[in-house]
Write a protein that binds this ligand. Sequence first.
Ligand SMILES: [Zn+2]
Length: 347
Amino acid sequence: MSQGIASLRQAVRRLRNRLRPAPLILLYHRIADLPSDPQLLSVTPEHFTKHLEILRKIARPMELREMVRALQENNLPRRAVAVTFDDGYADNLHNAKPLLERFDVPATVYVSSGFVGASREFFPDELERLFLQPSTLPQKLCLTIKGNTHQWDLGEGAHYSADAYRRNCGWHVLKTENPTPRHKVYRSLCDLLYTLPECDQQTAIDTLMVWAGTESVCRPTHRVVTPDEICHLTKDGLVEVGSHTVTHPVLSALPVAAQRDEIQRSKVYLEGILGHPVTSFAFPYGTRSDYTAETVDIVREAGYQNACSNFEGLVQQGTDPWQLPRFLVRNWDGEEFGRYLMKWHDV
Ligand SMILES: [Zn+2]
């Protein structure tokens, strides 16, 4: 295709989208005001309020399931936006839901069922508590993961003072620099544990706790919902609960039988709590390399009616309802969020 035709097509698509913006799905994780958020998962309640205000003003908030139905009936409404949350942190109920109610914005919350009511945190949170909170740790760390031995020297970072914490607590993984050796270890361990099955992640975390002379605790600020809270989330129908597997693994790293188990068992567990079918699913991590075509088949066969991924795109004719694209939302103020929303609608 010549460059002239390509740019003309792009201009036509832009114009069409401006006149008739296609629907999109937003991806949030947490609504909380956390001093340390190295994975950039939290949006403050203040900023989330602004986001909802803007959605009410310039978009048409709609249920994800309704959007999927409209997609299948070739009847997608203009400017529709569906709100979703991954992982199932308790702040989705305590901080997000009251605001969703205030602005009457529906949402889908994807829960990793193995963490429901559990007294442990997701492994990146455990690592954040261990390495990025003030403490004194042994200087040398030697950890064997899957037969490979890794060694780190924390040097002066063995002691991490409250002052140093305050200086660095705004750090996150998108920054290229590591302000202390602890940040380097945190980053390496996140990468090393990411593709491991949950039992191996847990073994590594347990070893680290013994090394650090501490115990695994679940901070109230970092816990996942309890069974009771799942019922409260869905009471009144504004919030739908979907499945996000049992242990939040990289599904593509698991054998097919283990994938099936993760996908089916979380559905059965959540349905047992809710007393109605769970029909929405979100792939953990969700980029195209975190699941396979086989995973998508398993999700469909398990009886889900839609599934969300984690790559950008609009929901339009031809979009696969079992690989719905989403836009990841960061802790932006209202102005920035509005700018992104306009940009995304203009893709
Ligand atoms: Zn997740």
